[in-house]
Ligand binder design. Structure first.
Ligand SMILES: CC(C)(COP(=O)(O)OP(=O)(O)OC[C@H]1O[C@@H](n2cnc3c(N)ncnc32)[C@H](O)[C@@H]1OP(=O)(O)O)[C@@H](O)C(=O)NCCC(=O)NCCS
Length: 320
């Protein structure tokens, strides 16, 4: 790892771990920094001691990957580790260095490329540095420990909440597309030419799974709402964002526009939570768009709270 020695890295990671434990017990222990595109960025504190390091990675999401709908195709991702409880000065310095690094990359100017950081939501000391450098909060990863209380409402009498199966493919695909079209208003989703085909293929696979992890709300034969959870073996890509435990990812939640505000969403989530609790899931994670006016209050009532906030500068040259 070039001139950032193993000792320095271990020392900063340990201090970061202590900070994170105090800030938020649902954060993971900070793992080793990933391999970066160049030497790690480093900043020193007033006493000349290393105060923080950060690694820049470049991710290119191909057009045939469904994931491309959930953000820019080119993701220039910074992973920082900061020692002091007040992260402002160290983060400010690292973001300045990162700006200089990105300014030399031709792809940083592309509208479909963003500079991105996942920041612990409760680490409020760094937010002003992120805003100062032109980053905006776009997404939130929220967490619910098992059996955390949620607001429970009665399911409307004429609605059935049931497992979804292969025969529901058309209707469930349309509900999944509803989430994407809605979140596109807030910069969290970017619909692509291949999105609908890819959603249909992923939905077909999800509906074939037994036991079921997709539940729908049905009235008079019409599907009007959906909750879709990924089981632990399909949630490994995100489980490292929280501590140990059997982790599931709540991928989609949608209620048709004319059906909202009547308790359907809460009834669907109640059914999913009952199943998850019975299946021994200890942590559920989900993403919502920070600026979606319906999701943050809804998920709070359902027992979720922010864990990580996803900041972006798009295009990446917008990083100041
Ligand atoms: C978020 C979403 C799934 C919520 O579904 P919903 O069926 O409207 O949820 P609920 O009815 O359970 O709760 C919504 C509101 O209705 C209220 N409500 C629930 N039951 C009620 C009842 N029986 N009578 C009156 N109001 C009720 C809730 O208190 C809540 O109040 P609010 O206006 O203060 O937010 C839905 O708005 C949606 O699909 N939005 C678009 C897509 C989206 O944002 N998905 C989430 C992406 S992460």
């Amino acid at each position: 790892m070039s001139w950032v020695t193993r000792d320095v890295m271990d020392d900063i990671n340990e201090a970061t771990g202590r900070r994170w434990r105090d800030l938020d017990p649902m954060l993971p222990a900070p793992g080793d920094l990933p391999e970066g595109c160049s030497v790690p960025l480093m900043t020193t504190g007033g006493n000349g001691r290393p105060a923080g390091v950060a690694v820049c990675r470049h991710e290119y999401i191909p057009a045939d990957a469904l994931e491309q709908v959930w953000g820019p195709a080119t993701r220039l991702v910074l992973t920082p580790r900061l020692r002091e409880p007040d992260t402002h000065a160290a983060l400010d310095d690292l973001l300045g260095q990162w700006h200089d690094h990105l300014a030399g990359l031709p792809e940083a100017d592309n509208e479909d490329a963003a500079a991105m950081i996942e920041w612990p939501s409760r680490d409020i000391s760094g937010v002003n540095a992120l805003l100062k450098h032109g980053m905006q909060a776009i997404t939130v990863i929220a967490v619910r420990p098992a059996r955390r209380a949620m607001l429970v409402v009665d399911t409307p009498a004429d609605v059935v909440i049931r497992e979804a199966g292969p025969d529901d493919l058309d209707a469930v695909t349309e509900l999944e597309m509803g989430v994407i079209r809605f979140d596109a208003h807030f910069g969290a989703a970017i619909p692509r030419p291949a999105t609908e085909t890819l959603v249909r293929a992923a939905t077909r696979k999800a509906l074939a799974r037994r036991q079921a992890w997709v539940w729908v709300a049905e009235r008079s034969g019409q599907l009007i709402g959906l909750v879709h959870v990924l089981p632990p073996d399909e949630s490994a890509w995100i489980e490292g964002m929280t501590g140990p435990g059997s982790t599931a990812y709540l991928q989609s939640m949608f209620v048709g526009p004319d059906e909202r505000g009547g308790g359907l969403g809460a009834a669907l989530v109640k059914r999913a939570h009952d199943e998850l609790d019975a299946r021994g899931i200890s942590i559920t994670l989900l993403h919502y768009a920070q600026m979606n006016p319906l999701s943050a209050p809804f998920w709070s009532r359902m027992g979720y709270r922010p864990l990580w906030t996803g900041f972006q500068a798009r295009p990446a040259v917008a990083l100041r």
